[in-house]
Design a protein around this ligand. Structure first.
Ligand SMILES: Nc1ncnc2c1ncn2[C@@H]1O[C@H](COP(=O)(O)OP(=O)(O)OP(=O)(O)O)[C@@H](O)[C@H]1O
Length: 373
């Protein structure tokens, strides 16, 4: 290492650390034009004071669903003073009361009285405000599947989507955000008949797209020449493994800190390796915590075996959960889409090809995440 390679104690590799923060909303948001257009089209009636079309954004973790909504909301803020937008994180606000309180806070800038107030009163205050001020409300329910898990999805959706029947003049649109459309199995016909969403799909990014997006973060996040294309490729390969762009942004940040700790002016592959080791369980556990209870049970059965035939797995799963083949099949596909398992037709069974299922991560890592989830 030459003297110039050494970072002085008061120097940093980061030009702007905020662009590598998890909640940063990027200016440059490429490869999502068709999704952004579909979203804008669905929300357009709100600009003219009409109820927007409901939407359902579907895609694996870290594919830009929440960011797309937040970018669209930001535009609405500028161009549509008659529209109020609210994003609800259903992992945090998972009851009808909590969702309505979040909306109340957005409308009035203060929390509702926290004791003694009934849902109905809260709801009426919100709705009366919307009608009297002629505002259209758009609610994005992020991780909507959580409401299904908690058993509150129908009452939340019902209140929002049928509000105009009880309170004429109310205009509310709902954007649901989920990893998989089958996550909404719990919605009943009363809700489905009014939800009828425009489905907008967010596929996983291709390698070149991941590279493009991360290069932009590198450009604004680090000083020049801190990271080579080769090392960035290394990070991209980890993002491809999980399919979650969040992993790449987090690796950039952690690798930068590791390089700084070594007093280096450049991030090396060893910094990335170290960062991945430290964070891989974090990402895995976060993803696993978002699965439904039956999906967790299924993943546990798979992780407890090195490799298992689909038929055998179904038998154990059915004994454990009483769920039928269609749900089982859907869940295996979902675990495969989320990259937790391989479920390929590799082995030869007695009656032709057999689907063999195994985890794509160390089984112990999966089991320890399942314990925490
Ligand atoms: N096209 C893109 N351009 C730039 N950054 C992106 C793009 N897509 C996603 N990101 C970034 O990736 C991270 C994850 O994105 P986001 O939270 O929107 O994904 P998501 O699909 O909502 O994930 P989840 O289902 O886990 O909530 C964010 O930091 C976001 O800024």
């Amino acid at each position: 290492m030459t003297g110039n390679d050494i970072l002085l104690w008061d120097e940093t590799l980061f030009k702007d650390l905020s662009v590598l923060e998890p909640d940063y909303l990027p200016e440059y948001f490429p490869h999502r034009d068709s999704q952004l257009n579909a979203l804008k089209f669905a929300l357009k009636p709100a600009l003219r004071g009409m109820r927007p079309l409901n939407c359902l954004l579907v895609g694996p973790p870290g594919t830009g669903k929440t960011s797309a909504v937040m970018k669209t909301f930001k535009e609405l803020e500028v161009h549509a003073p008659n529209v109020v937008t609210v994003k609800v994180n259903c992992q945090i606000d998972s009851t009808r009361f909590a969702v309505m309180s979040r909306i109340y806070r957005q409308l009035f800038g203060i929390s509702p009285p926290n004791s003694g107030i009934a849902f109905r009163k809260l709801f009426e205050t919100v709705v009366n405000f919307l009608v009297s001020s002629e505002k259209v409300l758009i609610v994005a329910l992020d991780d909507l599947n959580y409401l299904c898990c908690e058993g509150h999805a129908n009452e939340v959706m019902y209140s929002l989507l049928r509000a105009h029947e009880q309170y004429p003049g109310t205009k509310i649109g709902v954007i649901g955000i989920v990893n998989d459309a089958s996550d909404l199995y719990c919605l009943d016909s009363r809700v489905n008949s009014v939800f009828l969403p425009e489905e907008i799909s967010f596929p996983r990014y291709e390698k070149a797209e991941i590279m493009d997006i991360l290069k932009d973060r590198v450009r604004y996040g680090f000083y020049p020449k801190v990271i080579s294309d080769e090392v960035l490729e290394h990070i991209v390969s980890y993002v491809e493994k999980t399919g979650d762009l969040r992993v790449g942004i987090d690796l950039l940040r952690r690798s930068g800190f590791n390089a700084e700790r070594r007093g280096s002016r450049m991030i090396l592959s060893e910094d990335v390796e170290k960062a991945y080791e430290a964070s891989k369980l974090l990402h895995l556990c976060r993803g696993i915590s978002l699965l439904s209870d039956s999906e967790k049970q299924l993943l546990e059965l798979i992780a407890k075996k090195d490799e298992i035939k689909a038929g055998e797995l179904y038998k154990s799963f059915h004994e454990l959960t009483q769920l039928g083949y269609t749900r089982f099949y859907g869940m295996v596909n979902r675990l495969q889409t989320l990259n937790y398992v391989d479920a390929d037709f590799t082995g030869k069974g007695k009656r032709g090809r057999t689907r063999m299922i195994k985890t794509k991560y160390e089984a112990d890592d999966i089991l320890s995440c399942l314990k925490k989830a």
